[in-house]
Design a protein around this ligand. Structure first.
Ligand code: PHB
Length: 322
């Protein structure tokens, strides 16, 4: 971590970090961010939960808004870090600020900050009902939790090479999914197809997820990625996608707050109940609220040419043109 600019610990025990014109400081409750034209303050809780996902997802698809002011835009190799860029008031006052970094360079600083600012008893991936609070003076660290990466299959979970590895010992059934049946489908492939035909219970698989708002990739077919996840409380980022994003609500309920991607102006509230399917357009930002732990299938099109085709008007921002 030689390239990371960090100070000695402050009075609360946390280091300050800087990269480019941005400076980050944490105290007992807050993350304080400054840049050449302004400053911002966020709850350490919101900041660390968003930072955790930005790091673990390699800056994700499109825009990761930590809140209405601060975030990143992924250009897949390099990344913009911004303040006020997707906020109408900041734009009008010309107070918005963006800097571009090679992705590994920004990631190094983010990883170091996440590790230093996360105390031993806080897990930023966990539901707030299943972890301690992030607040207070620095007390230990939780490196194994903050370096956890999302599970990514190379083909489909269950086929050789991508075995399902969730057991009672490693992944006990979550308290909210105690009623989910655990039986697995029986599969009888024709001789010669044993390595290609497989099946597993996705509900049983998800019932053992120990994290929230962290899609794992369970199947890949060309650019089609099935990324199911279990959700509780609030999606810690406001995601501004650069492509259409499909949601299939597998259980319970999530309310989505949908806004214009660039200005933040409200566009819709979408309540999804078990069985509902939605295609989020590519020109919005969204944040989900899950009152009870729920199962959601996020279906992503990972085609690397999509953002450019959409920005040139060659592909639609909508899944369907009515
Ligand atoms: C999304 O932004 O589309 C998203 C991210 C994480 C989730 C669910 C949805 O867990």
């Amino acid at each position: 971590m030689t390239d990371v600019k960090a100070t000695k610990p402050n009075l609360q025990g946390y280091k300050d970090f800087s990269i480019g014109g941005f400076h980050f400081r944490r105290d007992e409750f807050f993350a304080h961010i400054t840049w050449p034209t302004g400053k911002h303050v966020m709850s350490a809780d919101t900041f660390l939960r968003a930072l955790q996902r930005d790091v673990a997802w390699d800056f994700f698809y499109g825009t990761v808004n930590f809140d209405h002011v601060f975030g990143t835009v992924n250009h897949y190799g390099n990344v913009d870090m911004f303040a006020g860029r997707f906020n109408d008031a900041y734009r009008k006052a010309e107070l918005d600020h963006t800097e571009n970094f090679e992705s590994p360079v920004l990631k190094q600083t983010f990883e170091a900050m996440l590790d230093d600012w996360t105390n031993a008893s806080f897990d930023p991936f966990a539901s707030p009902a299943e972890t301690d609070k992030p607040f207070g003076q620095k007390k230990g660290s939780n490196t194994s939790a903050v370096t956890r990466r999302r599970v990514a299959a190379a083909r489909m979970v269950g086929v050789p090479g991508d075995e399902k590895i969730r057991t009672d010992k490693t992944h006990p059934i979550n308290r909210m999914f105690a009623d989910v049946p655990q039986d697995e489908p029986e599969v009888y492939p024709e001789p010669g197809f044993e390595k290609d035909v497989a099946a597993f219970s996705l509900f049983a698989y998800l019932s053992r997820s120990d994290v929230t708002w962290n899609p794992s990739v369970v199947s890949i077919c060309k650019a089609s990625l099935y990324c199911p996840t279990t959700e509780e409380y609030i999606l810690p980022i406001v995601h501004g996608n650069d492509r259409v994003d499909w949601f299939i609500q597998l259980s319970d309920e999530i309310v989505w707050d949908v806004q214009d991607r660039d200005s933040g102006a409200p566009r819709a509230k979408v309540t999804m109940k078990a069985g509902d399917v939605a295609a989020m357009p590519a020109d919005i930002r969204h944040q989900g609220y899950s009152p009870k732990r729920s199962m959601l299938l996020v279906w992503e099109n990972a085609d690397p040419g999509l953002p450019e085709r959409i920005s040139k008007g060659l592909a639609s921002v909508h899944a369907v043109q009515f």
